[in-house]
Design a protein. Structure first.
Length: 479
């Protein structure tokens, strides 16, 4: 976790990263009536140590983090972890070893208790699997044991490749190969003689810090009509991201998700609570905005085509966009649009459902969001611009796990009393032209209304979780 905060976030190419040395403790079975105890110590940075990414001391960061999570204004960090990327849990692994249990720091995917079970072919093995765990009918690729198949042209078999004078390799739609299989992305077993190593996707135009000022961001995320509720979805190492919404008549949610970076893709929607492989992503119903069309997994989006925002259902087992790139035709039930500038992106939508799944406006919903501001391949968003969270629509808070801080305070967009202060709509007065793309019959104009203003630096800094001690799950990637 520390290496992500101090080293990996400085890499321009997020495909590169350092990893902590894997370590584990295996114990022999014991009498169920006996108790086994352990002791561990976590060393935190001193209170007066300065965090340059946040511009505050770790003491202030921890204090603001505890305040924000206890009040429901931000996504809480995992138990025993310093960010929302990780959560600690005890996992039964009797099917995998002789150990009674295992304490793990889990990021994207669950440990599969029975890799040989009836669902083994339907779900890829999780991160943490090693090549020596793959059978002769599997290939270690994309950090997992992928099944080989005689029928499928992509999931094939060594003998089939040999008949074509090709090699069985972990490859991609761009015909790049990963000999060790230890690369994140749209990789699969395939027949190819390519020797091209993985390369970064071409960067889209990036935000210019001199142009994309804090004042322009404040104006952008505060623009449009007034909303009743506001929460901060920002990961400690990610780009500022805010969700604001109002609950209208007949269970309709009117929402705006604003992201402080350029437009690669931006999405939010329902987590699939039955998905335990990618933590709610697979099978989820989402609203997705993309900056082009004519998608190809080899060349990405054609940016000469207009941007669009539509609803999609993510594939039940496959993460890569090519497996679920056809949008769902729901124009009659949802109105959605995307705003993008050379600096920022926002999705706006108004509906009582996504792909027929109704918002539970009288209770809570499990939601996910993700963004990519690096490329036009609708792929991996990196570990920091995504999250899974539970939202209480009517009370306007992110709900923490049951039993932890059940008396969370309701915090609304402005002054916490359920009403926004009166004021004129915010517009960009510094030449930051906003492009608006509608999904349905929108008129391409920003609605007028009362501005939404974040509760200043306290809320943004409070998203930097430093051991707040409250659990949360994290959504996995599109790539």
């Amino acid at each position: 976790d520390g290496v992500n905060q101090y080293i990996n976030n400085r890499f321009l190419d997020q495909a590169r990263s350092l990893h902590a040395t894997p370590h584990s403790l295996t114990i022999t079975p014991q009498n169920p009536s006996a108790a086994r105890v352990w002791y561990g110590r976590m060393v935190l940075p001193p209170n007066d140590a300065y965090n340059p990414q946040v511009g505050a001391s770790y003491g202030d960061i921890r204090r603001l983090s505890i305040e924000a999570t206890s009040e429901g204004r931000a996504i809480p960090a995992g138990v025993g972890c310093s960010s929302t990327s990780l959560k600690a849990r005890i996992q039964d692994t009797n099917a995998l070893s002789n150990a009674n249990s295992m304490r793990i720091l889990a990021e994207e995917e669950e440990v599969t208790a029975d890799p040989e079970g009836e669902d083994a072919e339907e779900s890829a093995a999780p991160h943490g699997v090693t090549p020596d765990q793959c059978t002769e009918n599997e290939l270690f690729c994309w950090f997992r044991c992928m099944p080989l198949d005689f029928e499928d042209s992509q999931l094939t078999h060594p003998s089939v490749c040999a008949e074509r004078n090709l090699k069985l390799q972990c490859t991609s739609p761009r015909d790049e190969v990963v000999p060790n299989g230890d690369q994140h992305g749209d990789y699969y077993p395939g027949c190819t003689n390519s020797t091209d190593p993985p390369s970064a996707y071409p960067l889209i135009d990036q935000a210019d810090e001199a142009t994309c000022t804090d004042s322009l961001w404040e104006a952008f995320h505060a623009s449009g009509e007034g909303y009743d509720h506001f929460v901060d979805l920002t990961h400690p190492m990610g780009d500022e991201t805010y969700l604001m919404w109002s609950v209208l008549d007949n269970g309709v949610v009117k929402a705006r998700l604003a992201h402080n970076n350029v437009f690669g893709f931006l999405s939010t929607g329902f987590a699939n609570e039955l998905d335990t492989v990618h933590n709610g992503m697979n099978g989820g119903h989402v609203v997705l905005a993309i900056p082009g069309g004519n998608y190809s997994p080899a060349t990405g989006l054609d940016l000469n085509e207009p941007a669009s925002v539509d609803t999609y259902t993510i594939h039940e087992t496959e993460s890569a966009f090519r497996h679920w790139q056809d949008h769902i035709d729901t124009a009659e039930s949802i109105s959605a649009s995307v705003e993008s500038t050379e600096c920022f992106t926002a999705i706006l939508f108004e509906s009582d459902n996504i792909n027929g799944q109704k918002f539970n406006v009288e209770g809570t919903d499990e939601m996910i969001w993700a963004a990519n501001s690096a490329d036009h391949f609708v792929g991996y968003h990196g570990p920091f611009n995504r999250a899974r969270f539970t939202i209480d629509w009517s009370n306007g808070v992110i709900v923490q796990p049951e039993g932890e801080n059940e008396d969370a305070e309701v915090v609304t967009a402005e002054n916490g009393d359920g009403e926004t202060d009166e004021g004129e709509p915010v517009s960009s007065e510094e030449g930051d032209e906003v492009e608006v793309v509608t999904a349905e019959n929108g008129d391409g104009e920003n609605g007028e209304g009362e501005p939404i203003t974040a509760e200043a630096e306290a809320d943004s800094a409070a998203s930097v979780f430093a051991g707040a001690g409250i659990g949360v799950a994290l959504a996995s990637g599109f790539g």
